[in-house]
Ligand binder design. Sequence first.
Ligand code: AMP
Length: 178
Amino acid sequence: MASQELIKKLEETIENVPDFPIPGIQFKDISPIFLNPKLYEEVIADLVAFSKGKIDAVCGIESRGYLFGIAIAVALEVPFILIRKAGKLPPPIISENYDLEYGSAVIETREGQIKPGQRILIHDDLLATGGTTEAAAKLVEKQGATVSQFSFLIGLKGLNGDEKLEKFNAEIYHILEF
Ligand code: AMP
């Protein structure tokens, strides 16, 4: 969906930082996008076009999922719901555990903000293994809503993140792949 021009601009803007935060990881730094408001607007327009008319609310994953997720929700005039790491949100909350490469983690959302029957877009900046996004999707389903779409700026090839999300039968979109 994204124009080749937008993809090219993002490829030139997103910085690849080798061996951060640990050796072997190629960290994709999206922060230079925010130095260029016009480019940010183009990214939002692209993500909004993907979701227009198809969702009732946006769930953003802490913290970089908020940077674009709120703008998508405002443009589509739908609610935005925060999915946060454990211990940040006040009660009542709903949580979901998920496995990391070593150990496990928990994400949470405020109970009652996602409404039963809503069609939800889950948004994050980047899809890697899909573990975090899968846990977010389980949180959405626990509240009787449906995951209709996933969107990301970046999909990392070779980590099979898309496969982990297939079971939700939702549309998956990333503007570009690395
Ligand atoms: P995952 O659960 O493996 O799909 O990891 C996704 C989360 O980790 C996202 O919130 C990303 O922001 C972050 N992340 C994972 N790998 C990278 C990477 N190579 N560069 C930047 N962020 C990453």
